[in-house]
Design a protein around this ligand. Structure first.
Ligand code: AMP
Length: 286
């Protein structure tokens, strides 16, 4: 297939690209994704570009991070459209490996963490998820040997998991977090938003609205438990089924009872019909 940007499918080809650019004194930025790209993903490319002359975007729908009843098979796969968008932001290379390239026969190693990966939240509802994420991200970081890798705050617990594994495994790539891009009504951009019906899409911004309101009230000194209870009521009132809506320490994800136990991050996952949305916001510091 002809793409408007170089696309490689093997680790060897990506490494050859990296080595050639490095030899020319250029720095490499890595943006791992599962494709179905939207403006939020493209903002990560811009972030990488700030510190690196060359940006590699990886597109891999990683089977090991999906649970048995999750949407692995129906996850949107849109490589040609993704490449058009990446050409538009002048990304330099797409690495789109097949499952067999990432997990050849005989593959038998996984990376799993305690700490942020075991702080409940996503782990409680998706107990195999972070081992899948940690394993594939460790592989991608080792494969690319980039100077910097950019991940979205949208997946906040995932960002903390990746920071922890990079630190603990002495991975030299610098991990950078990048803010969540939102639609004008506040809904966090997500590849999964395409699953929402028109009626669900109209309700969806209530999740971010409730979190933002709660963050504002906690920052103003109101009692955390009380505010979070009202946030849950507002989210249920908008038609969501809640997995969790919680206030946690922004670095450790430990539970927080008072504003001064912070910095605080409010994190939520809730379902509208069959679609599961996640979001999080910072409580502004004093
Ligand atoms: P995904 O392919 O959607 O799992 O995400 C790939 C990367 O994009 C992850 O680092 C996500 O946190 C990040 N990302 C996803 N949605 C957004 C968004 N709305 N704004 C910024 N980054 C995002």
């Amino acid at each position: 297939m002809n793409f408007p940007i170089p696309v490689v499918h093997t680790v060897a080809e990506m490494r050859a690209f990296v080595q050639a650019r490095r030899a020319g004194g250029e720095r490499i930025g890595l943006v791992p994704t599962m494709g179905a790209l939207h403006t939020g993903h493209l903002s990560l490319v811009d972030e990488a570009r700030r510190v690196a002359e060359r940006v590699i975007v990886t597109i891999f729908v990683n089977p090991t991070q999906f649970g048995p009843n999750e949407d692995f098979t129906r996850y949107p796969r849109t490589l040609p459209a993704d490449c058009e968008k990446l050409a538009g932001v002048a990304a330099d290379l797409v690495f789109a490996p097949a499952v067999e390239e990432m997990y050849p026969s005989g593959f038998c190693t996984t990376v799993s963490l305690e700490g942020p990966a075991k702080a409940e939240l996503e782990d409680h509802f998706r107990p195999t998820h972070f081992t899948g994420v940690a394993t594939v991200v460790t592989k991608l970081l080792n494969q690319a040997q980039a100077d910097v890798a950019v991940f979205g705050e949208k997946d906040y617990q995932q960002l903390l998991v990746i920071r922890a594994l990079a630190r603990d495994l002495d991975i030299a790539t610098r991990i950078v977090g990048s803010p969540t891009l939102r639609d004008p009504d506040g809904l966090a951009m997500s590849s999964r938003n395409v699953y929402l019906s028109a009626e669900e899409r109209a309700r969806a911004p209530a999740l971010h609205r409730a979190l933002s309101e709660a963050a504002r009230r906690i920052a103003a000194g109101e009692v955390v438990g009380h505010v979070m209870g009202e946030a849950r009521e507002a989210i249920v009132g908008a038609g969501f089924d809640i997995d969790y809506v919680e206030a946690r320490h922004a670095e450790t994800l430990a539970r927080v009872a008072r504003r001064h136990d912070g910095p605080i991050r409010l994190l939520a996952a809730a379902r509208l019909g069959a679609t599961r949305l996640i979001d999080n916001v910072a409580v502004p510091s004093e």
